[in-house]
Design a protein around this ligand. Structure first.
Ligand SMILES: C[S@@+](CC[C@H](N)C(=O)[O-])C[C@H]1O[C@@H](n2cnc3c(N)ncnc32)[C@H](O)[C@@H]1O
Length: 140
């Protein structure tokens, strides 16, 4: 349980790719689902993207919305990045793609990505703003 002034929420950890099968057992169904910087991780793996989308369909209520912030290939940089069509083409049957725009994702350059950042002549520590897609998708 995480608490703040006037709110509480439960925290559950798990593999998002199993939500469609057994992973959502007891989790519930939500009007709003938020993904901060996960979807692009599956960018080059169509089966994983499909499993992810099936999982979201299971945990999102009909008429509910999924908000995704995914790293964009609009600029070079470390980490997996995806193009617009990967997002749009992943949410077709059972979904209505409502909005896709451009923004930046502020992340911290950790030791894990510092060497890759160097290759792109990016800062090797501290905070960095990088191109991202904010998407809003409605579950039918
Ligand atoms: C780029 S980080 C984003 C972290 C955080 N959500 C944020 O916005 O700062 C991607 C995260 O996705 C997690 N992740 C990768 N594959 C996953 C999976 N199959 N199920 C759940 N989480 C996963 C990683 O452990 C990592 O924490």
């Amino acid at each position: 349980m995480v608490e703040g002034p006037g709110w509480t929420h439960d925290t559950v950890t798990g593999d998002v790719l199993t939500l469609a099968d057994t992973g959502a057992e007891g989790l519930g169904v939500f009007d709003t689902v938020v993904d901060s910087a996960l979807f692009h991780v599956f960018g080059t793996v169509p089966e994983a993207r499909a499993a992810y989308v099936r999982g979201l369909h299971r945990v999102c209520a009909p008429g509910g919305r999924v908000h995704i912030l995914a790293l964009s290939d609009a600029e070079p940089g470390f980490g997996p990045r995806i193009g617009e069509s990967i997002l749009r083409d992943s949410f077709v049957d059972g979904w209505e793609f409502e909005d896709l725009s451009t923004t930046t994702y502020r992340g911290r350059v950790t030791d894990l990505v510092a060497r890759e950042a160097e290759r792109y002549h990016l800062p090797t520590e501290g905070l960095i703003d990088t191109a991202a897609w904010p998407a809003r998708i409605r579950r039918r």
